[in-house]
Design a protein around this ligand. Structure first.
Ligand SMILES: Nc1nc2c(ncn2[C@@H]2O[C@H](COP(=O)(O)OP(=O)(O)OP(=O)(O)O)[C@@H](O)[C@H]2O)c(=O)[nH]1
Ligand SMILES: [Mg+2]
Length: 299
C-alpha cells in the first residue's frame, strides 16, 4: 500500500464520520448554511469549538475577498487553511548530532513502546544504527515488550532488571551508543508511576543524565498521545508541555478514532508539531506526518 493510501485507510473511521457532511457541503451553495454545516462537521471531527469557528471565519473572509466563488472551490480554500494550521514547525526529527536521543513520554497505554518498535524498524530501513533503551522499569513486562520489538525491528536493546533506576538504564545506553557508534537512541519511559510528580522527577533525571553523557547530542522529546482519547489527550499534553520541554507529538491510534480532527486541535492549541502518526498495530503502521498529505486524505 502506498503512503497516501495508508494514511487514507488509517483515517477511514474519521471519513465515515464526517466524509458525508463534507461531500454535502462542497456540493451545495456557499451560503450561511454552508458555514453552519462546516462548523458542525469540524466540531464533530474533534477540531475543537474555537478552532472550528476560526476556520469557518477564515473561509468566509477569503470568500469575501473573492478567493473562492462556490462551495466546490471552498474545498481548496479549506485544504489550504487546514494545511496552514498544521504547518507549525518542522515535522522531521532533528538527529544531526550523533548519537541523537529521542525520548518517548506519555501516560500509560498511549503507544510509546509500540511507536519505538515501529520507528526503530523505519530508521533501520533508512540505514540508521539504532539502540533502544528500556527506561520503563516500573512495570515487570515493560522491558520484555520492548525486547520483542527490538527483535522484530532487528536493533539492539539496553535493559536492566525490573525496578532499576531508569536513569541508570539511560546512562548505560549512552555509553553503549558511544562505543557502538549508534546514530540514535530511542528511550522508552514509564507511563505510570505512583504519582505525576514522581513521573516528572524521573523524566528530569533521565534528561540530566543525557545532558551530562551526551552534551552535544541532538535531542527530541516526543509526547505520545492516543487519538482515541480526544480532547482529554490535549489536557495531558498541556501538563507534559509545562514540565518536559516537548519537541514534537506522536499521535497514535488514528485508525481507531472517528475524530481525526484532533490532529488540528493539537497543533493549534499546543503549538508543537505532530511528527508521526500511528495508523495501526503493525510494524509498518507509523507514518511521518505531512500536513498536506494528511489534509488531502481527510478531505
Ligand atoms: N490500532 C492501533 N493500536 C495501537 C497503535 N499504537 C499502539 N497501539 C496499541 O496500543 C496498545 C498500547 O501500546 P503500548 O505501546 O504498550 O503503550 P505504552 O504507551 O508503551 O503503554 P505503557 O507501557 O503501559 O505506558 C497496544 O495494544 C498497541 O498495539 C496504533 O497506531 N493503532
Ligand atoms: Mg510501554
Amino acid at each position: 500500500m502506498g503512503f497516501f493510501e495508508k494514511i487514507k485507510t488509517g483515517l477511514t473511521r474519521t471519513r465515515e464520520n464526517i466524509g458525508h457532511s463534507f461531500d454535502q457541503l462542497f456540493a451545495g451553495e456557499l451560503d450561511d448554511d454552508f458555514y453552519d454545516l462546516l462548523e458542525e462537521t469540524l466540531i464533530l471531527s474533534d477540531v475543537g469549538v474555537d478552532t472550528a469557528l476560526e476556520i469557518s471565519g477564515e473561509v468566509k473572509r477569503r470568500a469575501k475577498l473573492g478567493k473562492c466563488k462556490s462551495a466546490a472551490e471552498a474545498r481548496e480554500t479549506l485544504k489550504d487553511i487546514l494545511t496552514g494550521l498544521l504547518s507549525i514547525g518542522g515535522t522531521e526529527l532533528n538527529l544531526e548530532n550523533r548519537p541523537a536521543v529521542c525520548l518517548f513520554i506519555g501516560v500509560n497505554g498511549v503507544g510509546k513502546t509500540t511507536t519505538i518498535g515501529k520507528l526503530a524498524a523505519r530508521m533501520k530501513g533508512e540505514g540508521k544504527r539504532c539502540l533502544m533503551a528500556a527506561g520503563d522499569t516500573f512495570r515487570a513486562a515493560a522491558a520484555d515488550q520492548l525486547e520483542i520489538w527490538s527483535e522484530r525491528a532487528g536493533v539492539d536493546i539496553i535493559r536492566q532488571h525490573e525496578g532499576a533506576d531508569p536513569a541508570a538504564v539511560v546512562f548505560d545506553a549512552c555509553a553503549a551508543a558511544k562505543a557502538r557508534k549508534a546514530d540514535v537512541i530511542l528511550v522508552d519511559t514509564a507511563g505510570r508511576l505512583h504519582n505525576k510528580q514522581n513521573l516528572m522527577n524521573e523524566l528530569n533525571k533521565i534528561s540530566r543524565v543525557i545532558d551530562r553523557e551526551l552534551p552535544q547530542a541532538s535531542r527530541e522529546t516526543l509526547l505520545v498521545l492516543d487519538a482515541t482519547t480526544g480532547q482529554n489527550g490535549l489536557i495531558q499534553a498541556k501538563q507534559f508541555k509545562e514540565s518536559a520541554g516537548l519537541t514534537g507529538v506522536v499521535l497514535t491510534k488514528l485508525d481507531g478514532t472517528a475524530k481525526g480532527g484532533i490532529v488540528i486541535a493539537i497543533s493549534r492549541e499546543l503549538g508543537i508539531p505532530v511528527k508521526f502518526i500511528g495508523v495501526g498495530e503493525g510494524i509498518d503502521d507509523l507514518m511521518p506526518f505531512e500536513p498536506e498529505t494528511f489534509v488531502d486524505a481527510l478531505l
